[in-house]
Design a protein around this ligand. Structure first.
Ligand code: PXP
Length: 237
């Protein structure tokens, strides 16, 4: 059975809208684990727009499953990872102006620095995964870097406007998954996956883990909003 890593970044996004203390991604992580999540994922961005250093520290101490830290390949982030020691680091590309991670990592440019980051993390017994597009060349380059896993960016699949485009992208993912699997890379997938499109992609048996955030946080609002309003209505009397 494939594993589910729950990304709690957007709990922190709501908190940061008021710069307050709630909702707390640490509380959300506890609930996610109680509901069966196999791991908790957070992206500590350079601009700290959602997850804060404090969240990462407390999550490291409190979560019972596995902590996956999404991070850019920078000296600052590698140092933070070496201090916190998450179970896994997923290296992602990061642009300040983007709304969310756009596209997979460019594993060709700057591969020497990337290799340094990968080695430093692995030397500290941290598993390393690269977030890449489902592209055969990117899979080969990732393998050459000696990483443990690759996470395929499913954005193009998730955002496909027609079933034909979705199926074409699924074929790209399948081909990349097969190659990654042959090269003994652990195969993860994520970005834009939701309660509908997961039903198609889950047929790819080599994918051992999915990282999902936005659709779970969105659904939580729908399934929990009514109760929250009822409780306030009843308090008002
Ligand atoms: N995997 C990676 C590498 C990501 O950057 C993100 C978004 O933070 C996700 C998975 C989760 O994507 P979503 O929030 O669309 O489910």
């Amino acid at each position: 059975m494939a594993k589910l890593g729950v990304n709690v970044d957007h709990i922190a996004t709501v908190r940061q809208a008021r710069m307050g203390i709630e909702p707390d991604p640490v509380h959300a992580a506890v609930l996610a684990e109680l509901a069966g999540a196999d791991g908790i994922t957070v992206h500590l961005r350079e601009d700290r727009r959602h997850i804060q250093d404090r969240d990462l520290k407390i999550l490291r101490e409190t979560i019972k499953t596995r902590l996956n830290l999404e991070m850019a390949a920078t000296k600052e982030m590698v140092q933070i990872a070496l201090n916190i020691k998450p179970d896994c680091c997923t290296i992602v590309p990061e642009k300040r102006e983007e709304l969310t991670t756009e596209g997979g990592l460019d594993v060709k440019t700057n591969s020497a620095f990337l290799a340094k980051c990968v080695n430093a993390l692995q030397d500290a017994n941290i598993k390393v995964s690269l977030f890449i597009d489902p592209d055969l060349d990117a899979v080969k380059k990732s393998h050459m870097l000696g990483v443990d896993a690759v996470e395929f960016n499913t954005a193009r699949f998730s955002e496909a406007k027609t079933e034909k485009l979705e199926d074409e992208e699924l074929v790209n993912i399948i081909n990349a998954v097969k190659m990654g699997s042959k090269l003994n890379l652990e195969i993860i997938a994520g970005h834009g996956l939701n309660y509908i499109n997961i039903q198609k992609i889950r047929s790819i048996k080599e994918i051992v883990e999915y990282n999902i955030g936005h659709s779970i946080v969105s659904r939580a609002l729908y399934v929990g909003f009514e109760r929250a309003v009822r409780e306030m209505k009843s308090l008002i009397g």
